[in-house]
Design a protein around this ligand. Structure first.
Ligand code: GDP
Ligand code: IMO
Ligand code: MG
Length: 428
């Protein structure tokens, strides 16, 4: 089994680390291929809780080689903070590989992210403020800084000068902020160069060689399908390709290498930041999901918006990503509800629509059409076999599976690493 991709199938925070954990020691490499420290992964191992942002959650698995590939935007200060924090807790991070072609997030990207959001006022996207959008904008605009630029001071200085030439006009004249000094940026970046040097290389070559040698490479997507810059709810999205295709462009492996695409869905839906969300709840059910599921952002601490499961979104994700298996997380959170509504289609201006509409206006108008399923009261957290689940929980999973466009191969029943029911082996 060569390359396997894990992606979020909703709006993020589905519990993507759960699937990584499930594959555990069978993986040789784990690759972060998109996004940056906008991601927030909480992984619970025994009584230890880890919060990761820039590093892939697979870094916590012994013996796995973690890779940050070319599609990622790296805030170097955050990288070293995370590495130090993990080292202090006894995690071996010495094998980390970083692509020479990955782009760098600097202070001016963070500043621009925050001021543009402030400028948008009510129309803001609700970004994480980590400089993600401005760093990707520079990459596409061909004025970005790459990791390899750290090893040539002249080139680095020229690139920072060119970037700041434009940006200081914007910062000073439009946003009324102070200009950022070239030296300040260059010196800060150079201060990390020698520590970074041994980790940096041609990760595309390394990953292709690993696949040639029959190694198992897991690509761990940050964010999710509905936040993808091409396929998500644009403009309320992040600035990278968080869908399965991003694993190929974001790492330099051919798409034909990918044999499994694992989509992670919550048993309900959440979203952080602004943008359309048809099944969003504003009543006590929404509050119930937020408190029972502990739905507060790992990165920003913001309360997550909550809503019922949306089957058209799952089908959309199955299609866009070529999902071969779903892992459904947080089924345990639904325990105690008398009935559980599932969105099966939308009403768009009086017309029943089965699939996610391509028009942004139609999606904004989409009103969910629900089917209701009976709930259960038994605690699920100790259950490890599907047939031991309460009958109503089994029926819920089977009904949702039939609507979601791919099989549900595993079900999360608690935050812990081992709180999972496996129905089909993800590597078979
Ligand atoms: P990610 O962004 O997809 O990596 O997910 P996050 O870490 O942001 O959010 C998922 C949260 O759900 C984490 O706090 C996990 O510990 C927790 N979690 C994952 N799977 C389950 C599950 O099956 N049940 C419960 N109750 N919590 C889970
Ligand atoms: P993980 O990997 C949930 C959201 C932000 C905002 C939009 C753009 O933990 O699932 P950005 O800072 O990327 O420019 O913000 O995307 N967002 C996420 N929401 N989970 C994430 O990552 C997210 N990363 C970004 O809230 O709406
Ligand atoms: Mg998260």
């Amino acid at each position: 089994m060569p390359a396997i991709v894990i992606i979020g199938a909703q709006w993020g925070d589905e519990g993507k680390g759960k699937a990584t954990d499930l594959l555990g020691s069978r993986i040789d490499y784990v690759v972060k291929f998109n996004g940056g420290n906008n991601a927030g992964h909480t992984v619970v191992i025994g009584n230890q809780k880890y919060a990761l942002h820039l590093l892939p959650s697979g870094i916590l698995t012994d013996g796995v080689i973690p890779v940050i590939s070319n599609g990622v935007v790296i805030d170097i200060e955050v990288l070293f903070d995370e590495l130090e924090a993990l080292t202090a807790r006894g995690v071996d991070v010495s094998k980390l590989r970083v692509s020479a072609n990955a782009h760098i997030i600097t202070q001016y990207h963070r500043t621009l992210d925050k001021v543009t959001e402030r400028f948008l006022g009510k129309k803001q996207i609700g970004t994480t403020g980590r400089g993600i959008g401005p760093a990707y904008a520079d990459k596409i605009n061909r004025v970005g800084l790459r990791i390899q630029d750290l090893f040539d001071e002249n080139i680095l200085r020229q690139k920072v000068e060119a970037a700041l030439d434009q940006k200081n006009h914007l910062l000073v004249k439009v946003y009324n902020r102070r200009a950022i000094m070239v030296d300040e940026i260059v010196e800060n970046l150079l201060s990390y160069a020698e520590r970074l040097r041994p980790m940096v290389g041609d990760t595309a070559l390394e990953l292709n060689r690993a696949l040639d040698d029959g190694k198992i490479v897991l690509f761990e997507g940050g964010q999710a399908t509905m936040l993808d810059v091409d396929h998500g709810t644009y403009p309320f999205v992040t600035s990278s390709n968080s869908t399965a295709g991003g694993a190929s462009t974001g790492s330099g492996i051919g798409p034909g290498r990918i044999e499994r695409v694992i989509g992670i869905v919550k048993a309900y839906t959440t979203r952080v930041g602004a943008g359309p969300f048809p099944t969003e709840l504003f009543d006590e059910s929404g509050e119930f999901l937020r408190s029972a599921g502990f739905e507060f952002g790992t990165t920003t601490g913001r309360p997550r918006r909550t809503g019922w499961y949306d089957a058209p979104i799952a089908r959309y994700s199955a299609r866009i990503n070529g999902v071969t298996d779903f892992v459904m997380t947080k089924l345990d959170v639904l325990t105690g509800l008398a009935t559980i509504p599932v969105c099966v289609a939308y009403d768009v201006d009086g017309v029943r629509v089965e699939e996610v509409p391509v028009s942004q206006s139609d999606f904004h108008h989409a009103v969910p059409i629900y089917e209701e399923f009976p709930g259960w009261t038994d605690d699920l957290t100790g259950i490890r076999r599907f047939e031991d689940l309460p009958v109503n929980a089994q029926s819920y999973v089977l009904a949702v599976e039939a609507m979601s466009g791919s099989r549900i191969s595993a079900i999360g029943v608690g935050p812990g690493r081992d709180a999972i029911i496996v129905r089909h082996d993800l590597l078979d």
